[in-house]
Design a binder for this molecule. Structure first.
Ligand SMILES: *Cc1c(COP(=O)(O)O)cnc(C)c1O
Length: 361
């Protein structure tokens, strides 16, 4: 690794592609002859308008977002969407949620403040180590939407196929898998992603919403919480997170230049295979998730004891592999291997863990 950088296995904020960081560095003091840093620019300037327009265009190209979907850059992180979604989409006051781990649980708790929440399937019985069967859910006719967290960052589970929503709109939290593989946007009514997991700096969420779901009958909702406000003003009703939009735009372009999401997906498959093959062959380390539902992005694993887990975390950190401690709610270890983690990083970690295992037999 250049610059003395470390292989950072953090769940988020997480690694960004090195060429993108270098480009940002090169443009830091004087962005393309503007005489200023992007951090110092008016969001109403021509030069900044170009940055946000390019970011949206590159994201649209990358995902093949149809014209009848709006792309919004909103502050408040993914967490604010736990509230904005029910506030904006609950017309009949009823929604179906699938409970697969910590992040869908949080979304359920917030939605309950807005209306009736039906948890139609849950994997709580096995401590969120799989995705429940969603092929024939009990969905009331007047349900406003079906909600999933498509990749549970803490529990490391992901959907092998999308739920059968029986004609209802699908809402998906893609925070920790956004742009990790191709996505057929028209399968969804709304997709959102906090960008600090797999794209850029913290403090922003990308919302992709089908136009007909943007309502104009919500006058009593605070203006900032209405999707309409952000859609009508090109994500600039107020000052947006200019810096995050700029950095994310660079990552979108980087992924496009690399060959797009098919290419990224193949890299992610190759990378995750290194990790999971190791876990399947090790007698000291074990993956915690059922095979079909293993995340390509977040890999939780454990040893036989908490003490040994802690010892491994300390040893990896000392060896230059950072942030492998599992989330405090589940313990163990977790390697987050997002888009920007190179395969060499995973291979190096696996080599280290193999050595650790051999020395502690
Ligand atoms: C991190 C995360 C969130 C919360 O993101 P913030 O930007 O910190 O609000 C929500 N959902 C998932 C799946 C996440 O990984």
């Amino acid at each position: 690794m250049k610059y003395g950088r470390t292989y950072n296995f953090s769940a988020g904020p997480a690694m960004m592609p090195e060429p993108v960081l270098e480009e940002i560095r090169d443009e830091m003091m004087n962005y393309r002859g503007s005489g200023m840093c992007v951090m110092e620019m008016s969001h109403r300037s021509k030069v900044y308008q170009q940055i946000i327009d390019d970011a949206e265009k590159d994201l649209r190209d990358l995902m093949g977002i149809p014209d009848n979907y709006k792309v919004l850059f909103i502050q408040g992180g993914a967490t604010l969407q736990f509230s904005m979604i029910p506030m904006n989409l609950m017309k009949n006051g009823k929604a179906v949620y699938i409970e697969t781990g910590a992040w869908s649980k949080k979304a359920i708790a917030e939605a309950k403040k807005c209306g009736e929440v039906i948890v139609a399937a849950s994997s709580k019985d096995k401590n969120y180590t799989y995705v429940p069967d969603c092929s024939d859910l009990d969905i009331p006719e007047d349900t406003d939407y079906v909600y999933i967290c498509e990749n549970e960052t803490i529990h490391g589970v992901t959907y092998d196929k999308l739920p059968n929503t029986k004609g209802h709109i699908l809402v998906s939290d893609q925070s920790s898998m956004f742009l990790s593989k191709p996505c057929n946007v028209s399968d969804y009514g709304l997709i959102y992603a906090g960008v600090q997991k797999n794209v850029g700096p913290a403090g922003m969420v990308v919302v992709i919403i089908r136009e007909d779901l943007i309502r104009d009958d919500l006058e009593n909702l605070p203006i900032y919480l209405q999707y309409k406000t952000h859609a009508d003003n090109g994500s600039m009703y107020n000052t947006p997170n200019c810096w995050a939009i700029y950095c994310c735009g660079k990552v979108f372009k980087y992924l496009k230049d690399m060959g797009g999401l098919e290419v990224m997906h193949q890299k992610n498959l190759d990378k995750a295979k290194v990790m999971y093959d190791f876990l399947d062959s090790s007698s000291m380390f074990k993956g915690t998730v059922e095979k079909e539902f293993r995340s390509l992005m977040n890999v939780p694993f454990v040893t036989e004891s908490k003490e040994l887990d802690a010892e491994v975390v300390a040893a990896t950190k000392a060896a230059g592999y950072d942030n492998l401690k599992g989330h405090k709610s589940v313990g163990g270890l977790r390697a987050s291997i997002y888009n920007a983690m190179p395969k060499e990083g995973v291979e190096a970690l696996v080599d280290f863990l193999k050595k650790f295992e051999a020395e502690h037999k």
